[in-house]
Design a protein around this ligand. Structure first.
Ligand code: ATP
Ligand code: MG
Ligand code: MG
Ligand code: MG
Length: 352
C-alpha cells in the first residue's frame, strides 16, 4: 500500500505565499512517475492566522496556488483536522517563523511520525541568525564581523541606545546590515550607511524580533550550495545569484526578472570544493537533517569565502535555487522529493 504523506504548507509567516508555491511543486512531483505508485498526498494548509485546514479547502489552495481569502475564522488552533491521524510521514513545506524554526518540528516529533527535514534543534539554530553564527564560529567557518543585540537594548533605555550605536559604528562601520534574527526573504533587513539610517533600522528590526543582529557589509559575489543527506550529507554544484539592486532584498527575490541564477557558477576550480566542504560543515554545525541551502559571500579580490547563512527549508518552487542545484548535479525534482522522504524514514528509525 502507498505511504500516506501529509503535505504541510502556508503557515503563520511572511513567507506564506512562497510556501504554497513550493508545496504545489512538491505535490506535483509526488504524484508523477514512480512516486505516484509509492506515495499518496494529503494536503494540510495552515492559514496565516495559524488555523489548520484539510480536505477540500487545503486542496483548493494547493491547486490555485493562492491563500484563502477569508482567514478570519478563529477555530481552536489545537483542533487538528481528523485526517492528521492517518498520516504515515509529514512533509513540512514551511518557510520562516512558525515552520522552519523548530516549532512544527517539535509537534511532529511528539506525533512520533517521521518528517522531512531538520529536527527541533537544527531548525531552531538554523533560523536564529545569532545562534547560527555562534555554531558556525565554533566550527571554524569564516564569516563577517557582527554584533548581537536585543530589542530591550534598543527600546527600553534611551540612555544606552546612543552608546550602542557608537559601538556598532566603531566595530562594524558603514555600510552595515541590520537584521531581525529570526526571519527570511530579507524581511526587516536594512543596509545602512549613516547614523540616522542605523537608528531607524534598529528601531524597525526591533518591531519584528526580540533578537537583532548587525553585520559588517561585504562587497562580494553571492553563491549558494545545496546539501542533501543526514549524517553523511552531500553537497551540490554551486549556484550564483546576480541582480542590479542595492542588495538581495524582498522585491529583488520575488519580482520576476529582477535576479538571475547561474548554475553552475563560474568560479575558479579550487574554490568549488572549498565551498562544498564549508556547506557540509555548516549543515553539521547546526545539526541539519535532510536538506539545507547554504549561502556564501565570495570575495573575488581576495579569494575569501564567508558564510552568510543556512536555510533549513529553502524555497522549493520549480524555479528555486535548491531543486535546480540538484537538477544540475544529476538529481531530478521527482527523485529529490523521493530521496528526502527516504532520508526522513532513515532518520526516524535512528531516533527510536
Ligand atoms: P533568505 O530569504 O535567503 O532566508 P534572509 O532573510 O535570511 O534570506 P540574508 O540572507 O541574511 O536574509 O540577507 C539578505 C541579503 O542581504 C543577502 O542575500 C545579501 O544580498 C544582503 N546581505 C546580507 N548580509 C550582508 C552582509 N553582511 N554584507 C553584504 N550583503 C549582505
Ligand atoms: Mg535566511
Ligand atoms: Mg530563508
Ligand atoms: Mg538569505
Amino acid at each position: 500500500s502507498k505511504l500516506r504523506v501529509g503535505l504541510l504548507f502556508g503557515g503563520r509567516s511572511g513567507e506564506h505565499e512562497v510556501s504554497i508555491i513550493s508545496a504545489k511543486a512538491i505535490a506535483n512531483a509526488l504524484s508523477s512517475g514512480e512516486n505516484s505508485q509509492k506515495y499518496e498526498v494529503t494536503p494540510f494548509y495552515i492559514q496565516k492566522n495559524g488555523v489548520w485546514q484539510a480536505g477540500e479547502t487545503a486542496q483548493q489552495v494547493l491547486t490555485s496556488g493562492k491563500p484563502t481569502e477569508n482567514d478570519s475564522q478563529t477555530a481552536n488552533l489545537w483542533q487538528f483536522p481528523p485526517q492528521a491521524a492517518d498520516i504515515d510521514l509529514w512533509f513540512p513545506v514551511l518557510h520562516g517563523p512558525n515552520g522552519e524554526d523548530g516549532t512544527i518540528q517539535g509537534l511532529l516529533t511528539l506525533m512520533q511520525v517521521p518528517f522531512v527535514g531538520s529536527g527541533v534543534l537544527g531548525s531552531a539554530v538554523g533560523m536564529d541568525k545569532i545562534a547560527m553564527k555562534t555554531a558556525f564560529a565554533q566550527a571554524g567557518i569564516p564569516q563577517v564581523k557582527y554584533k548581537a543585540i536585543t530589542r530591550d537594548q534598543i527600546w527600553s533605555n534611551p540612555c544606552i541606545f546612543p552608546k550602542l550605536c557608537d559601538e556598532i559604528e566603531a566595530s562594524l562601520g558603514y555600510p552595515c546590515f541590520v537584521k531581525p534574527a529570526n526571519l527570511g526573504s530579507s524581511v526587516g533587513i536594512a543596509k545602512v550607511r549613516s547614523r540616522q539610517e542605523l537608528e531607524a533600522a534598529l528601531d524597525n528590526a526591533a518591531s519584528y524580533d526580540r533578537r537583532i543582529i548587525v553585520e559588517a557589509g561585504v562587497v562580494a559575489r553571492e553563491v549558494e550550495c545545496a546539501v542533501l543527506g543526514n549524517d553523511n550529507p552531500k553537497a551540490s554544484v554551486i549556484g550564483e545569484i546576480t541582480f542590479n539592486s542595492d542588495f538581495y532584498d524582498y522585491e529583488t527575490k520575488y519580482t520576476q526578472g529582477k535576479a538571475d541564477l547561474f548554475i553552475p557558477a563560474s568560479l575558479p576550480k579550487n574554490i568549488v570544493p572549498k565551498i562544498q566542504e564549508l556547506a557540509v560543515k555548516a549543515f553539521l554545525a547546526v545539526d541539519g537533517a535532510g536538506l539545507s541551502r547554504v549561502d556564501f559571500f565570495y570575495v573575488e579580490a581576495t579569494g575569501e569565502i564567508l558564510i552568510n547563512e543556512i536555510n533549513t527549508f529553502p524555497g522549493f518552487t520549480s524555479t528555486s535555487m535548491y531543486p535546480q542545484l540538484w537538477e544540475k548535479t544529476g538529481i531530478s525534482f521527482t527523485e529529490l522529493v523521493d530521496q528526502l522522504i527516504q532520508l526522513a524514514i532513515e532518520r526516524h528509525s535512528k531516533l527510536e
